[in-house]
Design a protein around this ligand. Sequence first.
Ligand SMILES: Cc1cc2nc3c(=O)[nH]c(=O)nc-3n(C[C@H](O)[C@H](O)[C@H](O)COP(=O)(O)OP(=O)(O)OC[C@H]3O[C@@H](n4cnc5c(N)ncnc54)[C@H](O)[C@@H]3O)c2cc1C
Length: 396
Amino acid sequence: MAILTNILILGAGYAGLRAAKVLAQQKLDAAITLIDRNRYHYETTSLPEVAAGTRRAQSVILPLPENLPAQVNFIQATVTKIDRASKQVDLADGQQLTYNYLVVALGLESETYGIPGADEFALPIVDVKSALAVKKHLEGRFQNYQASQDPDDLRVIVCGAWFSSFEFMGALVNRLPKLAEHYHVPLDKIEIQCIEAKDMILPMFDDELTDYVKHWLSDHNVTLRTGTPIKEVQANKVITEEQTYTANTLIWTTGVSGSHVIGDSDFESRRNRVMVSDELSLEDDPQVFLLGDVAAVRQPGKPYPFPATGQIAFQMADAAAANIAADLKGAPRQDFVFNDLGTVLALGSKDGVAKIFGDHKLRGYKAAFMKRVIDDRSLLKQVGVKALVKYGRIPL
Ligand SMILES: Cc1cc2nc3c(=O)[nH]c(=O)nc-3n(C[C@H](O)[C@H](O)[C@H](O)COP(=O)(O)OP(=O)(O)OC[C@H]3O[C@@H](n4cnc5c(N)ncnc54)[C@H](O)[C@@H]3O)c2cc1C
């Protein structure tokens, strides 16, 4: 009996899940195995709402393996290391798996840039567990206020003005009236501020859309402090050069790096992102593909790679799966071409900004609506209508 080609996919996020699905559709003479530490896929782009408590965690996750094509074998395990020399992947439970083709799609981790105390005292929003931890912490502080009357219980500092910082603040602003009512705290005493090192925010938008976001924040009593590098974080304190800010909820959203598994394995990387060829594999190891947030893809005409987003992770998966299928069918590989459909930033459920289809701009409700359409469309493409109907119906 001929030995099947072994395709191992690490991570069932946007990139990994999509790659598994597209490879399964190709009806290849290959064994496809998908590995994730969770028994579910989650929509990372909806985590800010989960953290703010405006969306239930159950509604952003999709159980695995029941929503996978029959051709895909699922293993729930944590990947610890990739050994390319022996074409082997180490799992935390001591198992080792071998591969002919490897698709690394292990996604993102919180980046603290070595700022002392950030890991210890501030809460990141990077997966379902961390988003739920933020929600629980926030509610705990509001609940505590009645007894403590400590103004810091009602203060939230968001460290970093990254994309997800705004989405979190937008969702939180939406929730505040109900939260204040539920915990009997004065709405006008709740303070949200965002502290950012750079002067510029949201480089993907022009001044008009950026100003829209700034005005929205100030209209909703959110203080944005740009040009204010954070030197250190301590328990309930954010220390900058000029001042120390206090709050009993500190959120860390300054940006992300790729999975630490990349750094722990033999890859050349920058912030755990590996430069891939135009075919999305390694120049010196073409049967190893890296997708999504662990990959850096050359951006034509620019000195820096494409920014890591859900949209590009998804499209990379399509291209990588097509190239693996091409290899197995003896066809030529194609270079990856990114089709930029635009960027949408939601400020809660009713507001936001978007730049779509080139330079077409949206503001307000239309942008927030567009964000929901994109999330649903992405999920629809991942798992089909049947699963979409079921989506959100499982206990975590
Ligand atoms: C809070 C937040 C909001 C965002 N909002 C947007 C947005 O609105 N629009 C946008 O385009 N982009 C957004 N992004 C960026 C976008 O989410 C990422 O670019 C995208 O998720 C990358 O997809 P991925 O498949 O590479 O990784 P992920 O989606 O991170 O998936 C990685 C998968 O690997 C699994 N995994 C990780 N480590 C291990 C391990 N060691 N062993 C086994 N399994 C493992 C994880 O469980 C996960 O399922 C946001 C990011 C964050 C953090």
